[in-house]
Ligand binder design. Structure first.
Ligand code: URA
Length: 204
């Protein structure tokens, strides 16, 4: 079994939050174990809860079209959420749910070791760009410890506010050059062989 399959098994047994009682299925995430880009949304909605797969409802359809605008298909990337169970009535995730679920997302990131993490919406943005506002930083990237973090509006925002659709589409087009840059950096800056670099504690 792959590390991700093992992890899915563990996540499916998690009953730490109240919302585990009302979920139909957990939605751990899906995609390529060697994906360069990890997209992180907020939480499963009704469709995701039914199918156990992330972004399969209306915002998922928009995400698919955004991916195809940069010649990518879902199996070439990895898609996950900040929390893995559906909040009833699609309410916002609670701080305790985000805290409880953090370990799963952290392990996904450790296994995938993506070159780029794309935050979709303010809940995943808050993890990597604390204190920042989505309207200010969408479409911008920060690199920390070899990972490029890129903030985008949540695809569902375009479904509620039509004027954001173009903004999201434009932001998505910035990803291919970012990926080229990230790959070039990795070639120029190989991992140190002997002395490991001290880990930085703050994100940015
Ligand atoms: N919205 C999300 O944030 N995640 C999903 O999986 C679906 C909708």
């Amino acid at each position: 079994m792959s590390a991700l399959t093992d992890l899915y098994q563990e996540i499916s047994l998690c009953r730490q939050c109240e919302i585990a009682k009302t979920r139909t299925r957990v939605v751990p995430g899906e995609g390529a174990e060697n994906a360069d880009i990890l997209f992180i949304g907020e939480a499963p909605g009704w469709h995701e809860d039914q199918q156990g797969r992330p972004f399969v409802g209306p915002s998922g359809q928009f995400l698919d079209s955004l991916l195809s605008s940069i010649n990518l298909k879902r199996p070439q990337v990895y898609i996950a959420n900040v929390i893995k169970c559906r909040p009833p009535g699609n309410r916002d995730p609670l701080p305790i749910e985000i805290t409880n679920c953090q370990k799963w997302l952290d392990r996904q990131i450790a296994i995938l070791s993506p070159k780029i993490i794309v935050t979709l919406g303010r809940y995943s943005m808050a993890k990597f760009f604390p204190g920042k506002s989505i309207s200010k930083i969408h479409g911008t990237a920060q690199t920390q410890n070899g990972i490029t973090y890129f903030a985008m509006y949540h695809p569902a925002a375009a479904l509620h506010q039509g004027n954001l659709r173009q903004v999201i589409e434009q932001d998505m087009l910035k990803l291919p050059p970012l990926l080229t840059q990230a790959k070039a950096k990795m070639i120029k800056e190989p991992e140190p062989k002997s002395e490991p670099q001290p880990e930085q504690l703050g994100m940015f």
